[in-house]
Design a protein around this ligand. Structure first.
Ligand SMILES: C[S@@+](CC[C@H](N)C(=O)[O-])C[C@H]1O[C@@H](n2cnc3c(N)ncnc32)[C@H](O)[C@@H]1O
Length: 464
């Protein structure tokens, strides 16, 4: 294997010199065998079979579910090599998609925690269990059946089959304990998991959230409707098993016909119904459905990097685009004249306003709106002010072309682009820099998701 390809694939050449894209846990530097499943004019697509000669950067993945579960595709690669691969992904995107000749891309900043770093994990219940190879080897009376109860993660590309996860290495120890207790409870009661096949069944999702700074821990159980006796027994079982390690337990009721871990109606069965996290000086109350960066300690470092890049003096009007629950804007507010955030999720805007109030920040306001209409939004809420610094943190799809055009019209002195997708970072920064309007400085990749191919980057663009 000679290089990384898009997603989590590797690319290499066959003995005869043909280019081949390989799915599966290959590593750059491996010599492998693979089964070809698609023949194109200029290349082949194949699925990895065996490693003949392993790359020196390989390591043993600690997870029993590696290669089956879609979560951590890079666990077989040493962490330092993962960081280099992420730096390369960003650089390659800026060169090949952004058309930049020699972009400056710093070394990826490592996550402070390589395992157990997630502050939120969503598990799904199912009565369609994905059978692991080692389970198939067991004697028949101890072997699981496809119709067995499972709680864990979906098998990639399968909407219904769930891998029964006994231990997730990127979840915390307490999350794994809560997962075990939950499985024991519902399995012993022969609970029926909700299925999108017939829209029958009761238990849907288990969402676990843990605050690093305060130690708060939430169990959020999403079910199809009320069942007070069962849920009160579940609460007692969890409290008995976790004691003070469980600070709140919330039940969520929904009739949605999908398996998204979200419920419209919430009932708190224990504790305050929220957890509280601290990032630097700021305090955030996180409710069951709220978005929050999933690696708290690295998120703090990323916000610090954004603050450094923004270079605020206290005199600037700052825009926080795609602000979510306002974390970046609130983080910067103490260093700016005023911060205005825009976001299209109304509940996130409500959370951002609550967060401003909770932290007694008076110079940050948040508005609801589609950033495709940035010019109109600023016209409505900007009171004729000029914008000095823009922070933009779009979703994976990047910014809409109209948003980019509006930013070019507004001409702020500096734009700090926070990206979770190198390809769209490259596309958008190239458009912002067109005709020499902006110059891009060094790009800083940050690892918020060890063992996955996801990489966040912070880029600074200055008006030329
Ligand atoms: C990557 S998240 C940013 C979260 C936030 N900056 C933070 O650090 O917590 C992207 C956000 O953009 C919002 N969003 C996506 N498309 C949007 C649009 N067209 N207009 C406004 N907000 C949008 C999403 O709802 C989401 O909250």
């Amino acid at each position: 294997m000679t290089d990384l390809a898009e997603g989590h694939r590797c690319v290499g050449r066959t003995a005869g010199g043909l280019v081949v894209f390989v799915d599966g846990p290959a590593a750059v530097g491996d010599r492998i065998t693979a089964k070809v499943y698609k023949i194109k004019k200029k290349y082949l697509e194949a699925r990895m079979d065996d490693v003949l000669d392993p790359a020196p950067t390989r390591t043993d993945p600690p997870c029993r579910h590696f290669g089956v579960c879609g979560g951590c595709k890079w666990q077989h690669v040493q962490y330092e090599e993962q960081l280099r691969m992420k730096q390369k992904l960003v650089r390659d995107a800026l060169v090949h998609i952004g058309g930049m000749e020699q972009p400056e891309v710093a070394e990826t900043i490592a996550s402070p925690d390589r395992f157990h770093y997630r502050n939120k994990v969503d598990f799904t219940f199912s009565n369609e269990r994905f059978l692991l190879e080692d389970e198939l080897d067991l004697p028949e009376d101890r072997r699981s059946k496809p119709s067995d109860f499972a709680i864990g993660f979906h098998r990639p590309r399968s909407f219904r089959k769930v891998i029964d996860i006994d231990r997730c290495h990127i979840a915390t120890e307490r999350m794994n304990r809560a997962l075990d207790l939950t499985r024991d409870f519902f399995r012993s009661r022969n609970a029926r998991a909700y299925s999108t096949r017939d829209h029958e069944g009761y238990v849907r999702n288990l969402v676990l959230r843990e605050a690093v700074a305060t130690g708060d821990f939430m169990v959020y159980l999403v079910v199809s409707g009320r069942n007070d006796d069962l849920l009160h027994a579940y609460r007692d079982h969890m409290l008995e098993g976790m004691g003070e390690g469980l600070t709140t337990l919330v039940a969520g009721y929904t009739k949605r016909r999908n398996l998204v871990a979200y419920a419209e109606e919430l009932e708190t069965l224990h504790g305050p119904g929220i957890i509280t996290e601290k990032l630097g000086e700021l305090v955030f109350d996180i409710s069951p459905n709220a978005f929050f960066q999933t690696n708290s300690r690295q998120a703090l470092r990323m916000y610090q990097a954004v603050q450094t890049c923004a270079g605020l003096t206290g005199r600037e009007n700052v825009l926080d685009l795609y602000c979510g629950t306002g974390t970046i804007g609130l983080f910067l507010a103490g260093h700016a004249l005023a911060v205005t955030g825009f976001e299209w999720e109304e509940s996130a805007v409500a959370n951002a306003r609550q967060n401003a109030e909770r932290n007694r920040i008076a110079n940050a306001c948040f508005h609801h709106g589609d950033l495709k209409n940035l010019a109109a939004l600023w016209e409505q809420h900007g009171n004729g002010r000029a914008v000095d610094v823009v922070i933009t943190d779009p979703p994976r799809a990047g910014m809409h072309a109209d948003t980019v055009a509006s930013l070019r019209e507004m001409k702020p002195k500096r734009i700090v682009y926070v990206s979770c997708n190198p390809a769209n970072l490259a596309r958008d920064t190239a458009a912002l820099c067109a005709n020499g309007l902006y110059r891009i400085g060094p790009v800083q990749p940050m690892d918020l998701f060890p063992h996955t191919y996801h990489v966040e980057s912070v880029a600074t663009l200055d008006r030329a």
